[in-house]
Write a protein that binds this ligand. Structure first.
Ligand SMILES: O=C(O)C(=O)C[C@@H](O)[C@H](O)[C@H](O)COP(=O)(O)O
Length: 354
């Protein structure tokens, strides 16, 4: 498969420069901008050198990593756009991982109240999740994605060839979001992920599996862009997961987003068993598999209050209660599930004792 589409603005292609050229040429000379970060600048941009030169695309980059998903980085890019004459008819091309596409989308959505942007995700996490669906934003006050807007990119070009540039941890981080897609919506996708070899990556088979994951993500986005209802399913594992991620960052033991989501899913699978009748044997099997592949972020009971406090900031919460997305079986989701503090602590016990 060299080029294919899931819907009009999600394009799978190994010929990134050709696909991008079709978009870039629609924008005036001097109004084409590109934002990237260090690693993709070195490993992915060389493929686009000719296009950048031919079309006079103005390039800037920010430092990578979760700590740079900040208002400081946003200001830096706003300043670059402002100094170089960007306007509402301009285009911003975001090339990088999930942090970069979230931040770049936010910059483009807010500069002069909005200019066009396209995403070229270079990590697995960005290809199956972050670059799609229009959740743009940055971290603030130690909280994940606290500031942002919903605004879909004009196009997302997915080149699975870029995945050869990422390390094993980043691969597993993206795989976590695919596991989530299987668990919330598609048992067949879950089964194919369970039988895919993580020791010996088959990149040809991977493109097909990624496409299945993208279909799950896109289905939720198309049905509920602004997360009033069923899109909350995509947040499975994230109520506890974001708490783990923020807590890990504060305590100087940062973990990748997908790992945090796996730890969050372990907590929320336990809650799923307690609240929605998720099968106990399956809980054990999945937990052992996740533990073997992703290890664990160690916690003690003295961390529970801080983790709980972080969960109270989750964006799905309403009326002072923490709203979890849980599952009753693989593929069957239950949104807006209220859990008591005692039960959440019990789930943290389950996780801690794994
Ligand atoms: O697209 C969505 O909706 C998701 O919740 C997908 C998540 O995997 C993603 O990490 C998202 O960025 C988290 O968003 P947040 O709203 O919890 O900050």
């Amino acid at each position: 498969m060299t080029t294919s589409k899931i819907h009009s603005n999600i394009i799978f292609s190994q010929k990134v420069a050709d696909e991008l050229e079709k978009i870039v040429k629609q924008y005036p000379v001097g109004k084409r901008f590109l934002l990237t970060e260090e690693t993709p600048r070195q490993l992915c941009l060389p493929q686009l050198e000719k296009l950048i030169e031919d079309y006079g695309i103005q390039v800037t980059s920010i430092a990578g990593g979760e700590t740079n998903k900040s208002i400081r980085s946003v200001e830096k890019v706003w300043e670059f756009l402002s100094k170089n004459g960007a306007d509402r008819k301009s285009l911003l091309i975001n090339i990088g991982g999930g942090m970069l596409t979230d931040l770049g989308g936010f910059v483009a959505s807010t500069f002069k109240r909005g200019m066009a942007f396209v995403n070229l995700p270079t990590t697995l996490l960005a290809q199956v999740d972050a670059s799609l669906g229009g959740k743009t934003g940055i971290n603030f006050n130690g909280l994940k994605n606290e500031i942002g807007v919903f605004n879909e990119p004009d196009a997302v070009i997915i080149n699975t060839g870029f995945l050869k540039t990422i390390d094993d941890q980043n691969f597993l981080s993206g795989y976590a979001e695919m596991l989530k897609h299987g668990l919330i919506k598609n048992p067949a996708h879950w089964d194919e992920l369970m039988s895919y070899s993580l020791e010996n990556i088959d990149y040809d088979a991977l493109q097909e599996i990624i496409a299945h994951s993208v279909v799950v993500k896109d289905w939720h986005v198309q049905n509920d862009l602004t997360e009033k209802n069923i899109r909350k399913a995509l947040n499975f594992g994230h109520t506890a997961g974001h708490a783990f991620e923020s807590y890990a960052l504060h305590s100087g033991r940062p973990i990748l987003h997908g790992y945090a989501v796996v730890y969050g899913m372990l907590v929320e699978l336990y809650l799923s068993a307690k609240v929605c009748g998720f099968d106990q044997n399956q809980l054990q099997t999945i937990s052992q598999w996740m533990l073997k592949v992703y290890g664990k972020f160690d916690i003690t009971p003295s961390d529970y209050d801080s983790l709980y406090e972080l969960m109270t900031h989750d964006k799905k919460n309403e009326g002072g209660r923490i709203n979890f997305t849980l599952i009753s079986e693989i593929g069957q989701v239950a949104i807006n599930q209220d859990c008591s503090k005692e039960l959440i602590f019990e789930a943290l016990d389950f996780y801690r004792e794994l």
